[in-house]
Ligand binder design. Structure first.
Ligand code: AP5
Length: 292
């Protein structure tokens, strides 16, 4: 995502809306190729508005996010997605510590049910062990209930690992939850298996470690680290398969607010890119607020 040089600086560039449009305004040598008339397009997921301009030369349109929320005074609402071990949880730790959003992770909610031994947890575990999506009837209400808590409302939320299907996205919208930004972490598959197998969790602090890339700071922490039951090479391949089957249908619904980030970079560099997108979004909210 980059600031648009042709419109005012509070607007952010999204990817071209039409698959045939391999251009974007940043590719144009100068602004005279863009028509001066703007047209406003409601996002398919609602709430978000984009602005589009037509190129005088090609007569094609490209779109820009104009105002990403119906009420700019509301706190940030962010979704983060990516393949297993793409670094969602790691980035969520960094994002929440800077932006103080409520981290709502579908996988964590499900694991809490599994640990509690509830009926939902027992059913969910069967699917999680096979690397499949847990049925909507369990996941959707779980996520909806967490997003409806007062803290999520007051501080804003960071939704991790949801939605993973178009039906989950539709349910979210039906409950009135509209994200400002959809972050997609992209990591080549050959890196993912290595990340999963080496991942360890600290049950005391909840922090995520990796035996090679992010080792524990002390021997005391190292001694108490645990491993997730679905973190085996065999299971991560199944999870990856499920992810690949569903990701496009979800992405197509959030195209206008998606920012893709290279998740194979060191975690600090990944965060720097996310941080920049979030800072832009906050600036944009402020500008929208001043204008209303
Ligand atoms: P979930 O818990 O969400 O698992 P996942 O999507 O497979 O993702 P992970 O938690 O494995 O990885 P991550 O991207 O958070 O990576 P992390 O930061 O830990 O879901 C588990 C299961 O629950 C699913 O398979 C499904 O069955 C069910 N489920 C969940 N949501 C559902 C939904 N909405 N609907 C239906 N079912 C659902 O990083 C991984 C490792 O890499 C760590 O060791 C970390 O230290 C390391 N690392 C991270 N970033 C970097 C980096 N930049 N460089 C080097 N190492 C890094």
């Amino acid at each position: 995502m980059a600031l648009c040089p042709y419109l005012n600086s509070s607007m952010m560039l999204s990817k071209p809306k039409h698959p045939t449009a391999s251009f974007c305004p940043l590719d144009f040598p100068n602004s005279q190729h863009l028509s001066s008339s703007l047209s406003f397009i409601a996002s398919p997921i609602g709430g978000v508005k984009s602005v589009s301009r037509r190129c005088r030369q090609t007569n094609q349109r490209c779109s820009l996010i104009l105002a990403s929320m119906d009420n700019p005074k509301k706190p940030l609402k962010i979704m983060i997605s990516g393949a297993p071990a793409s670094g969602k949880g790691t980035q969520c730790e960094l994002i929440t510590s800077k932006y103080d959003l409520v981290h709502v992770a579908a996988g964590d909610l499900l694991r809490a049910e599994v640990t509690a031994g509830s009926e939902n947890g027992k059913q969910a575990k069967e699917y999680m062990e096979k690397g499949q999506l847990v049925p909507d009837k369990i996941v959707v209400m779980m996520v909806k209930d967490r997003l409806s808590q007062p803290d999520s409302n007051e501080k804003g939320w960071l939704l991790d690992g949801y939605p993973r299907s178009s039906s989950q996205a539709t349910a979210l919208q039906a409950f009135g939850f509209r994200p400002d930004l959809f972050i997609l972490l992209e990591v080549p598959e050959e890196i993912l298996v290595d990340r999963v197998v080496g991942r360890r969790l600290d049950p005391v602090t909840g922090r995520i470690y990796h035996l090679t890339y992010s080792p524990p700071e002390t021997e005391e922490i190292a001694a108490r680290l645990t491993q997730r039951f679905d973190d085996t090479e065999e299971r991560v391949k199944l999870r990856l398969q499920t992810h690949n089957q569903n990701v496009e249908s979800v992405l197509s619904l959030f195209e206008d607010i998606t920012v893709k980030v290279d998740g194979s970079l060191p975690k600090e560099d990944v965060f720097a890119k996310i941080d920049s997108a979030l800072s832009n979004l906050i600036e944009q909210k402020k500008t929208t607020m001043l204008a209303t």
